[in-house]
Design a protein around this ligand. Structure first.
Ligand code: CP
Length: 296
């Protein structure tokens, strides 16, 4: 594995190897030394969790990290991203963690810049967020180890969600029993890779073992016909009263950032069933495992 670009590039065994390594770090936090490598984080879209956890992951492995300030980089003077990477590579950086609004740009850069570097996709437009899918899977396995017996419900804007795309790929690959995506019609995707889609929250949540909420992108909501925040909340918010449709021990997840009181009530987010901060903790370990796998 030279690059980490999307879940559909990975085999079952590669996903399992990353999970095994992350769980091993969790039980025994001793990390190998990769201090002869250098990592650059290039985030062209905002991020808290992904950027910081990739930085902490590198530090676990003793890798010096550069966080390029995009607004103050020479791209503001017209330099192409390909040339930025080529210059960073010339300075001895081998690992590039990139988040970008343009779908597929990490794959194109991996192809054009050739060997000797490793590119990690930290999210590209509405296409893929593979490390998020990996950390979500790790968190689910901690609570519900038999994937084949699970019903997982994903609620929100499926059509525009890179997380939803990567989750479909990883749940299909790893054999999740039932995966149901719940969204109002304008947010249902034209094509799905794995699972089924419904616009009924009660049907989708029925007997679910895992509920994953997606962030309501308020900027999009206003543009969608017949959708407004109040309407969305009434039909799709995860509140204490809708939790009764799922199994009593269902876990609640969210990739973050959360709009408290919109897609998810504060009492549910902070409640006993929420594992949202466990996802964030696991994110550092999964990203450490991804980097280690790329470098060995
Ligand atoms: N889940 C996620 O990608 O969060 P950030 O945008 O904060 O990185």
């Amino acid at each position: 594995m030279n690059h980490f670009l999307e879940i559909s590039d990975l085999t079952y065994n590669q996903v399992q190897a990353i999970l095994d390594q992350a769980f091993s770090y969790k039980s025994n936090p001793i990390f190998p030394d990769f201090s002869n490598y250098r990592q650059a984080n290039l985030f062209y879209e905002n991020s808290t969790r992904t950027r910081v956890s990739f930085e902490l992951a590198a530090k676990n492995l003793s890798i010096p990290v550069i966080n390029l300030n995009i607004d103050h980089s020479s791209e503001s003077k017209g330099e192409l991203i390909e040339d930025t990477l080529a210059n960073l590579k010339a300075m001895g950086i081998q690992l590039f963690v990139i988040r970008h609004v343009q779908e597929g740009i990490q794959k194109a850069l991996a192809k054009s810049l050739g060997d000797g570097i490793h590119i990690i996709n930290a999210g590209d437009g509405t296409h893929a967020h593979p490390s998020q899918a990996m950390l979500d899977l790790m968190t689910i396995l901690e609570y519900k180890p038999d994937l084949s017996k699970l019903k997982i419900a994903l609620v929100g804007n499926i059509k525009h969600s890179r997380v939803a795309n990567s989750l479909q790929c990883i749940f299909g690959l790893m054999g999740v029993g039932q995966f149901i995506m719940i969204a109002p019609k304008p947010w249902q995707p034209p094509k799905i890779h794995y699972g089924e889609v419904t616009d009924s929250l009660t049907l989708g949540l029925k007997e679910a073992d895992v509920i994953i909420c997606l962030r309501v992108q308020k900027e999009r909501l206003l543009n969608e016909e017949n959708l407004d925040l109040e309407n969305y909340r009434r039909h799709y918010a995860i509140t204490e009263s809708v939790l009764k449709y799922a199994k009593p021990d269902a876990i609640i997840m969210h990739p973050g950032p959360v709009n408290r009181g919109i897609e998810l009530d504060s009492s549910v987010m902070d409640g006993l069933q929420s594992v949202i901060l466990k996802q964030v903790t696991n994110g550092v370990l999964i990203r450490t495992a991804i980097i280690q796998l790329l470098l060995t």
